[in-house]
Design a protein. Sequence first.
Lengths: 156, 119
Amino acid sequence: MTTRAVETWTLEPLVKFVKEAGARLVLVMTSAGQVLAQHGFSRAVDVMSAAALGAAIMASTDEMARQLQQPPFAALNHQGERHGIFLAGLATGRGRLVALVVYDLDVSSLGLVQLFFEQLAADLQAASPKESVPKQVLAADFERQLSDSLNTLFGR
Amino acid sequence: MTAPAAAFDKALALITRVRGVRGAMLVAAEDGIVVAEQLMEGIKGPAVSALAASLTARLRRAMEAAGVGASLFWHLQAEQGALLVVPTPAGTLVVAVAEPDVNVGLVRLELLRAAEVVG
C-alpha cells in the first residue's frame, strides 16, 4: 500500500501514523475536502468520493455543534462489522485539517487509532509550514488543480 | 442491584488494594477503550488500554494458531514494572499495572475475582 502527499510535509507523519495505528485507508484534507495526502487508495474516484463525503460529514457535525452552542465535535467514529471509520479535525499551521481513517477491526481498534491520531495531530502541527496562507482555489483553476493533485496522489 | 459503575469500581478496588499495584483498568477488548480505571498519576490509561487490547488480540491469534485455546491470563514483566491482564468471556480485559516486585500470584487472584464481577 502506498502513501502519497500533495504537500510533502504531511508525508512523514502520515507514514508513521499508518504504520503504528494499522490503518487501512487514510485521507488528510482541508475542511473543504481538498486532499493533501492519502494512504491506501488505488483509484482517484474513491479519493474524490471519500474526501467529499468526509468533508460533508465534518461540515454537518460542525453545524450541529453550532446549533447546540457547543465547540465543534473533536472526532466521530462509526463502526461496522469488519471496518471502522474515524473522522477528526486537527489544527495545523496550514489551518484546520480533517483526517479520515478507515481501519480493519481485526488489525486495529478505535483505541489504537485514537491513540496514534493524537500523535499524528502533534506531528502535523510541528511539520506544517508556519504563517502560510492557504492558497485560494479559483473556479477557473479548480479542475486543473484537482487533476494535478490526483496525479500526485497516484504517482502519475 | 448494584449499578454497573459501582460494581466496576468495586472490582478495580479489589486489585488496587494489593501492595505494588499502581493501577487497574477495565478495557473493552474489541475497541481498546477504557471502561473504568483507578490509576496512579503518570500512567497513560488510554495508551495502556489501546495497546493492551491490541496485544490481547494478537495473543489470541497466536493461542489459536498453537491450538492451546483461549488466553486466561498473561503477565509481561519489564525492568520497571509489570502488566497483568485477564480477559473475560464477555469481551472485557481486566488490566493491572504493577511494580516489578509485586506478588504476581495475588494480583492474578484479584484479577480473576474482578473478572467474575465484571462478567
